[in-house]
Design a protein around this ligand. Structure first.
Ligand code: CP
Ligand code: NVA
Length: 311
Protein backbone atom coordinates (compact mmCIF):
# COMPACT_ATOMS: atom_id res chain seq x y z
CA UNK A 1 0.00 0.00 0.00
CA UNK A 2 1.36 3.46 -0.83
CA UNK A 3 2.11 5.90 1.99
CA UNK A 4 -0.79 8.15 2.95
CA UNK A 5 -0.57 11.78 1.83
CA UNK A 6 -1.59 14.65 4.12
CA UNK A 7 -2.14 18.23 2.99
CA UNK A 8 -0.88 20.43 5.83
CA UNK A 9 0.47 23.27 3.69
CA UNK A 10 0.89 24.10 0.00
CA UNK A 11 4.37 22.56 0.11
CA UNK A 12 2.84 19.22 1.06
CA UNK A 13 2.52 18.94 -2.74
CA UNK A 14 5.43 19.24 -5.15
CA UNK A 15 5.04 22.05 -7.67
CA UNK A 16 4.16 19.53 -10.37
CA UNK A 17 1.53 17.94 -8.12
CA UNK A 18 0.03 21.33 -7.26
CA UNK A 19 -0.16 22.19 -10.97
CA UNK A 20 -1.76 18.82 -11.65
CA UNK A 21 -4.42 19.40 -8.95
CA UNK A 22 -5.19 22.85 -10.39
CA UNK A 23 -5.38 21.48 -13.94
CA UNK A 24 -7.77 18.72 -12.83
CA UNK A 25 -9.87 21.33 -10.99
CA UNK A 26 -10.07 23.53 -14.09
CA UNK A 27 -11.10 20.57 -16.26
CA UNK A 28 -13.76 19.47 -13.76
CA UNK A 29 -15.08 23.02 -13.48
CA UNK A 30 -15.76 22.91 -17.24
CA UNK A 31 -17.24 19.38 -17.18
CA UNK A 32 -20.96 18.58 -16.87
CA UNK A 33 -22.31 18.40 -13.34
CA UNK A 34 -22.12 14.87 -11.97
CA UNK A 35 -19.27 13.81 -14.26
CA UNK A 36 -17.01 12.76 -11.35
CA UNK A 37 -19.68 10.83 -9.44
CA UNK A 38 -17.93 7.47 -9.94
CA UNK A 39 -14.48 8.44 -8.64
CA UNK A 40 -14.74 7.71 -4.90
CA UNK A 41 -17.61 5.23 -4.48
CA UNK A 42 -17.95 3.75 -1.03
CA UNK A 43 -15.45 6.21 0.49
CA UNK A 44 -16.21 8.42 3.49
CA UNK A 45 -14.81 11.88 4.26
CA UNK A 46 -14.94 13.26 7.83
CA UNK A 47 -15.15 17.07 8.00
CA UNK A 48 -14.21 18.13 11.53
CA UNK A 49 -14.76 21.79 12.37
CA UNK A 50 -13.49 23.29 15.63
CA UNK A 51 -14.13 26.81 14.33
CA UNK A 52 -17.05 28.30 12.41
CA UNK A 53 -17.21 27.71 8.67
CA UNK A 54 -19.57 28.32 5.78
CA UNK A 55 -17.54 27.96 2.57
CA UNK A 56 -15.05 25.32 3.66
CA UNK A 57 -17.63 23.08 5.22
CA UNK A 58 -20.13 23.31 2.37
CA UNK A 59 -17.57 23.07 -0.45
CA UNK A 60 -15.92 19.97 1.05
CA UNK A 61 -19.27 18.37 1.85
CA UNK A 62 -20.76 19.01 -1.59
CA UNK A 63 -17.42 18.17 -3.24
CA UNK A 64 -17.17 14.79 -1.51
CA UNK A 65 -20.75 13.98 -2.53
CA UNK A 66 -20.01 14.99 -6.14
CA UNK A 67 -17.11 12.48 -6.14
CA UNK A 68 -19.45 9.73 -4.96
CA UNK A 69 -18.04 9.72 -1.40
CA UNK A 70 -20.06 10.11 1.78
CA UNK A 71 -19.27 13.25 3.80
CA UNK A 72 -19.74 13.28 7.58
CA UNK A 73 -19.59 16.67 9.32
CA UNK A 74 -18.55 16.88 12.97
CA UNK A 75 -18.55 20.04 15.09
CA UNK A 76 -17.37 20.65 18.61
CA UNK A 77 -20.94 20.84 19.81
CA UNK A 78 -22.70 17.53 19.46
CA UNK A 79 -19.53 15.43 19.31
CA UNK A 80 -17.18 14.24 22.07
CA UNK A 81 -14.62 16.88 20.94
CA UNK A 82 -16.52 19.42 23.01
CA UNK A 83 -16.25 17.16 26.04
CA UNK A 84 -12.49 16.82 25.93
CA UNK A 85 -11.89 13.54 24.06
CA UNK A 86 -8.23 13.66 22.98
CA UNK A 87 -7.60 14.38 19.30
CA UNK A 88 -5.41 11.27 19.00
CA UNK A 89 -8.35 9.09 20.11
CA UNK A 90 -10.75 10.83 17.72
CA UNK A 91 -8.16 10.37 14.96
CA UNK A 92 -7.84 6.64 15.58
CA UNK A 93 -11.59 6.11 15.56
CA UNK A 94 -12.28 8.30 12.51
CA UNK A 95 -9.49 6.48 10.66
CA UNK A 96 -11.36 3.19 11.13
CA UNK A 97 -14.51 4.62 9.51
CA UNK A 98 -13.28 7.24 7.07
CA UNK A 99 -10.80 7.44 4.19
CA UNK A 100 -9.96 11.13 4.61
CA UNK A 101 -10.25 13.75 7.36
CA UNK A 102 -10.73 17.46 6.62
CA UNK A 103 -9.85 19.33 9.80
CA UNK A 104 -10.23 23.00 10.89
CA UNK A 105 -8.62 23.76 14.22
CA UNK A 106 -6.41 26.09 16.30
CA UNK A 107 -2.75 25.05 16.84
CA UNK A 108 -0.85 23.22 14.13
CA UNK A 109 -0.03 20.49 16.65
CA UNK A 110 -3.68 19.42 16.73
CA UNK A 111 -3.50 18.81 12.97
CA UNK A 112 -0.41 16.66 13.48
CA UNK A 113 -2.27 14.63 16.13
CA UNK A 114 -5.27 14.19 13.84
CA UNK A 115 -2.90 12.83 11.19
CA UNK A 116 -1.24 10.42 13.62
CA UNK A 117 -3.67 7.59 12.80
CA UNK A 118 -4.31 6.00 9.40
CA UNK A 119 -6.40 8.52 7.47
CA UNK A 120 -4.88 11.35 5.40
CA UNK A 121 -5.67 14.81 6.76
CA UNK A 122 -6.39 18.05 4.89
CA UNK A 123 -5.72 21.30 6.76
CA UNK A 124 -9.00 23.24 6.49
CA UNK A 125 -7.49 26.23 8.42
CA UNK A 126 -5.39 26.53 11.53
CA UNK A 127 -4.05 29.59 13.36
CA UNK A 128 -0.95 29.30 11.15
CA UNK A 129 -2.31 28.76 7.66
CA UNK A 130 -5.23 28.33 5.29
CA UNK A 131 -3.55 26.43 2.47
CA UNK A 132 -6.63 24.99 0.74
CA UNK A 133 -8.05 28.51 0.39
CA UNK A 134 -4.81 29.85 -1.07
CA UNK A 135 -4.37 26.90 -3.46
CA UNK A 136 -7.90 27.67 -4.70
CA UNK A 137 -6.98 31.37 -4.98
CA UNK A 138 -4.09 30.47 -7.28
CA UNK A 139 -6.68 29.03 -9.69
CA UNK A 140 -8.64 32.30 -9.53
CA UNK A 141 -5.46 34.28 -10.26
CA UNK A 142 -4.61 31.97 -13.18
CA UNK A 143 -8.11 32.32 -14.63
CA UNK A 144 -7.66 36.07 -14.64
CA UNK A 145 -4.30 35.82 -16.39
CA UNK A 146 -5.57 33.40 -19.05
CA UNK A 147 -6.06 34.72 -22.57
CA UNK A 148 -8.58 32.01 -23.37
CA UNK A 149 -10.98 29.83 -21.40
CA UNK A 150 -9.49 26.68 -19.93
CA UNK A 151 -5.88 27.86 -20.19
CA UNK A 152 -3.78 27.85 -16.98
CA UNK A 153 -0.82 30.18 -17.68
CA UNK A 154 1.52 29.16 -14.84
CA UNK A 155 4.39 30.86 -16.64
CA UNK A 156 2.54 34.21 -16.48
CA UNK A 157 2.04 33.82 -12.75
CA UNK A 158 5.80 33.85 -12.36
CA UNK A 159 6.93 37.37 -11.63
CA UNK A 160 3.44 38.82 -10.99
CA UNK A 161 3.19 41.33 -8.14
CA UNK A 162 0.41 40.40 -5.73
CA UNK A 163 -0.48 42.78 -2.89
CA UNK A 164 -1.41 41.71 0.61
CA UNK A 165 -2.98 44.57 2.59
CA UNK A 166 -3.84 44.26 6.30
CA UNK A 167 -3.03 41.51 8.77
CA UNK A 168 0.26 40.06 7.57
CA UNK A 169 0.35 37.65 10.50
CA UNK A 170 -2.95 35.95 9.65
CA UNK A 171 -3.26 32.36 8.53
CA UNK A 172 -4.26 33.61 5.05
CA UNK A 173 -1.29 35.97 4.74
CA UNK A 174 1.13 33.26 5.81
CA UNK A 175 -0.22 30.78 3.27
CA UNK A 176 0.04 33.50 0.60
CA UNK A 177 3.70 33.99 1.52
CA UNK A 178 4.17 30.27 1.00
CA UNK A 179 2.30 30.36 -2.34
CA UNK A 180 4.53 33.18 -3.59
CA UNK A 181 7.56 31.01 -2.95
CA UNK A 182 6.07 27.85 -4.46
CA UNK A 183 4.50 29.45 -7.57
CA UNK A 184 7.24 32.06 -8.01
CA UNK A 185 5.28 35.31 -7.78
CA UNK A 186 6.05 38.34 -5.62
CA UNK A 187 3.95 39.19 -2.57
CA UNK A 188 4.04 42.89 -1.78
CA UNK A 189 2.75 43.14 1.77
CA UNK A 190 1.48 46.22 3.60
CA UNK A 191 1.08 45.39 7.28
CA UNK A 192 1.66 47.31 10.51
CA UNK A 193 4.64 46.37 12.68
CA UNK A 194 3.63 43.59 15.02
CA UNK A 195 1.23 42.11 12.45
CA UNK A 196 3.73 40.57 10.05
CA UNK A 197 4.67 36.93 9.34
CA UNK A 198 7.12 35.18 11.69
CA UNK A 199 10.78 36.02 10.97
CA UNK A 200 11.54 32.44 9.87
CA UNK A 201 8.83 32.61 7.20
CA UNK A 202 10.03 36.03 6.01
CA UNK A 203 13.56 34.63 5.69
CA UNK A 204 12.33 31.55 3.85
CA UNK A 205 10.32 33.68 1.40
CA UNK A 206 13.43 35.66 0.42
CA UNK A 207 12.96 37.67 -2.80
CA UNK A 208 9.32 36.53 -3.07
CA UNK A 209 8.21 38.86 -0.27
CA UNK A 210 8.56 42.57 0.46
CA UNK A 211 6.94 44.28 3.45
CA UNK A 212 6.08 47.91 4.05
CA UNK A 213 3.83 49.91 6.35
CA UNK A 214 2.30 51.82 3.44
CA UNK A 215 -0.58 50.25 1.49
CA UNK A 216 -0.32 52.97 -1.22
CA UNK A 217 3.30 51.95 -1.88
CA UNK A 218 2.65 48.22 -1.60
CA UNK A 219 -0.10 48.01 -4.25
CA UNK A 220 1.98 49.74 -6.95
CA UNK A 221 2.18 47.59 -10.13
CA UNK A 222 0.23 44.80 -8.45
CA UNK A 223 -2.21 42.80 -10.59
CA UNK A 224 -3.96 41.30 -7.56
CA UNK A 225 -4.96 42.97 -4.29
CA UNK A 226 -5.73 40.67 -1.45
CA UNK A 227 -6.99 41.14 2.07
CA UNK A 228 -8.54 39.27 5.00
CA UNK A 229 -10.33 40.14 8.22
CA UNK A 230 -8.39 42.12 10.81
CA UNK A 231 -9.58 39.88 13.64
CA UNK A 232 -9.39 36.18 12.86
CA UNK A 233 -11.36 33.47 14.63
CA UNK A 234 -9.99 33.01 18.13
CA UNK A 235 -8.65 36.60 18.35
CA UNK A 236 -11.92 38.28 19.30
CA UNK A 237 -10.51 39.60 22.60
CA UNK A 238 -8.01 41.69 20.56
CA UNK A 239 -10.63 43.35 18.36
CA UNK A 240 -10.25 46.89 19.73
CA UNK A 241 -6.45 46.89 19.54
CA UNK A 242 -6.62 45.49 16.01
CA UNK A 243 -9.15 48.08 14.79
CA UNK A 244 -6.71 50.75 15.93
CA UNK A 245 -3.62 49.07 14.46
CA UNK A 246 -5.19 48.57 11.04
CA UNK A 247 -6.65 52.06 10.60
CA UNK A 248 -5.62 53.19 7.11
CA UNK A 249 -5.35 49.64 5.76
CA UNK A 250 -8.85 49.39 4.24
CA UNK A 251 -8.90 48.20 0.62
CA UNK A 252 -10.82 50.92 -1.23
CA UNK A 253 -11.32 51.81 -4.88
CA UNK A 254 -8.93 54.74 -4.40
CA UNK A 255 -6.24 52.36 -3.15
CA UNK A 256 -6.89 49.90 -6.01
CA UNK A 257 -6.56 52.77 -8.52
CA UNK A 258 -2.86 52.92 -7.56
CA UNK A 259 -2.32 49.28 -8.60
CA UNK A 260 -1.92 47.90 -12.15
CA UNK A 261 -4.70 48.99 -14.52
CA UNK A 262 -6.83 45.83 -14.49
CA UNK A 263 -5.91 44.67 -11.00
CA UNK A 264 -8.39 42.29 -9.40
CA UNK A 265 -9.44 42.12 -5.76
CA UNK A 266 -9.58 38.91 -3.74
CA UNK A 267 -10.96 38.22 -0.27
CA UNK A 268 -11.39 34.72 1.13
CA UNK A 269 -14.58 35.79 2.98
CA UNK A 270 -16.29 36.33 5.33
CA UNK A 271 -15.71 40.07 4.81
CA UNK A 272 -16.22 42.87 7.29
CA UNK A 273 -17.31 45.71 5.03
CA UNK A 274 -16.00 49.03 6.26
CA UNK A 275 -13.01 47.41 7.98
CA UNK A 276 -10.52 45.55 5.75
CA UNK A 277 -12.51 46.29 2.57
CA UNK A 278 -15.26 48.72 1.69
CA UNK A 279 -18.59 47.84 0.15
CA UNK A 280 -17.91 49.58 -3.18
CA UNK A 281 -14.74 47.54 -3.72
CA UNK A 282 -16.10 44.13 -2.84
CA UNK A 283 -19.16 44.80 -5.00
CA UNK A 284 -17.14 46.53 -7.71
CA UNK A 285 -15.78 45.52 -11.13
CA UNK A 286 -12.39 44.41 -9.80
CA UNK A 287 -13.84 41.99 -7.27
CA UNK A 288 -13.44 38.28 -8.04
CA UNK A 289 -14.56 37.10 -4.61
CA UNK A 290 -17.52 35.03 -5.83
CA UNK A 291 -15.42 33.18 -8.44
CA UNK A 292 -12.87 32.74 -5.68
CA UNK A 293 -15.50 31.16 -3.42
CA UNK A 294 -16.74 28.90 -6.25
CA UNK A 295 -13.23 27.67 -6.93
CA UNK A 296 -13.09 26.18 -3.43
CA UNK A 297 -15.39 23.43 -4.67
CA UNK A 298 -13.44 22.55 -7.82
CA UNK A 299 -9.93 22.62 -6.36
CA UNK A 300 -10.83 20.78 -3.15
CA UNK A 301 -12.55 18.04 -5.17
CA UNK A 302 -9.38 17.62 -7.20
CA UNK A 303 -7.28 17.66 -4.03
CA UNK A 304 -9.39 15.00 -2.30
CA UNK A 305 -9.32 12.78 -5.40
CA UNK A 306 -5.56 13.27 -5.76
CA UNK A 307 -4.79 12.39 -2.13
CA UNK A 308 -6.91 9.25 -2.46
CA UNK A 309 -5.21 8.21 -5.69
CA UNK A 310 -8.23 8.85 -7.92
CA UNK A 311 -6.95 11.84 -9.94
N1 CP B 1 -12.92 31.35 3.38
C1 CP B 1 -13.31 30.44 4.27
O1 CP B 1 -12.58 29.51 4.66
O2 CP B 1 -14.61 30.59 4.65
P1 CP B 1 -15.34 29.83 5.83
O3 CP B 1 -14.71 30.27 7.12
O4 CP B 1 -16.78 30.23 5.70
O5 CP B 1 -15.14 28.35 5.64
N1 NVA C 1 -8.15 34.74 8.88
C1 NVA C 1 -9.53 34.31 8.93
C2 NVA C 1 -9.87 33.46 7.75
C3 NVA C 1 -11.29 32.99 7.69
C4 NVA C 1 -11.57 32.10 6.54
C5 NVA C 1 -9.79 33.57 10.24
O1 NVA C 1 -8.97 32.73 10.61
O2 NVA C 1 -10.80 33.83 10.88
Amino acid sequence: MSKKRDFFSISSLSLDEAKHVLAVAAAWKAAPKGAQRGLLPGRAVAIVMEKASTRTRVSFEVGAAQLGAHPVVLGVQGSQLGRGEPIKDTARVLSRYCDLIVYRTFEHQRLVEMASAGAPVINALTDDGHPVQVLCDVLTMLENLASKRGELPFERLRGQRVAWVGDGSSNMARSFVEAARVFDFHLSMAAPEGFRPPASEIAEAGRHLSISGDPREAVKECTVINTDVWTSMGQEAETKRRLEAFAGYTVTEALCARAAKDAIVLHCLPAHRGEEIDDATIEGARSRVWDQAENRLHVQKALMAFLLGAA
